[in-house]
Write a protein that binds this ligand. Sequence first.
Ligand SMILES: NC(=O)c1ccc[n+]([C@@H]2O[C@H](COP(=O)([O-])OP(=O)(O)OC[C@H]3O[C@@H](n4cnc5c(N)ncnc54)[C@H](OP(=O)(O)O)[C@@H]3O)[C@@H](O)[C@H]2O)c1
Length: 286
Amino acid sequence: MRILLTGRNGQVGWELERKLAPLGEVIATDRATLDLADPDAIRRAAREAKPQVIVNAAAYTAVDQAESEPELAMQINGIAPGILADEAKRLGALLVHYSTDYVFDGEKATPYVEDDPPNPINVYGKTKLEGERAIQGFGCRHLILRTSWVYGPRGRNFLLTILRAARERPELRVVSDQVGAPTSSLAIARATGEILRQSSGRAVFTGIYHMSASGQATWYDFAVAILAEARLPTPIVPISSEQYPTAARRPGNSLLDNSKLAATVGTRLPSWREQLTGVMAELRRA
Ligand SMILES: NC(=O)c1ccc[n+]([C@@H]2O[C@H](COP(=O)([O-])OP(=O)(O)OC[C@H]3O[C@@H](n4cnc5c(N)ncnc54)[C@H](OP(=O)(O)O)[C@@H]3O)[C@@H](O)[C@H]2O)c1
């Protein structure tokens, strides 16, 4: 299987390059070798690589910055996935793409299923929804995997921010009124590899799937668990979203219902707590 991967230096992309390697040849690109803001570069890369599978792990993920750079965010998250989809269709390739819980407004009282109507409340969510729609519109074989609260041992993420802050500050204040499922980049990459292995590159499973960690936590719960794992005694005070203003609004409920993935593909990600223990062990080894 020949796989064209974008975003190799991102949290998920980095793990994917390693986890997909046993499946065949992985042509891994970064921003320097394939800039998603350049439509011609996307078409050129796809036509040169002639992959059976395109895995798009690149994205504009700076949620707050997106509020002041909506055009760039839309180019990368909304338009580029459509160009990848167009090329995938020409090649008869499967496009694997990642999306987000932020396509929802967070007003639902229970976890979101794939068919719930999206209603993003920030620019990032709007651009990611646009990307989903572009892919569906081009009609290539595709898998859109919506995940949430991604973190890992490298990159910019909540885990590393909390560990740094806990060493520098006498006390942390963390939002406790947003609920979701912290999902590790490693778990996402493993599950993606498993799905591709099962489908052997053919689009046995197509469409949108929710793929986040089992269980639920607030950012406060997540921070408490991180400090417990790291054995750091810094006190953490739970606060409301209102007490922590950000440029972009966040949904109150970010929970995704993963039943469809489990029922169709037989894949269920471990609990967020179990994933955290694994990532902390990797950090200790590094
Ligand atoms: N992070 C989350 O909490 C979260 C939550 C839900 C869903 N997701 C989705 O999961 C996927 C993977 O996210 P992640 O957390 O791994 O993101 P990440 O760590 O921010 O990595 C994104 C990668 O995309 C690359 N990129 C940005 N602009 C690019 C461009 N114009 N051309 C080529 N590459 C570009 C970045 O390159 P540079 O290294 O050069 O900046 C980076 O390597 C994304 O689709 C994201 O929307 C993420």
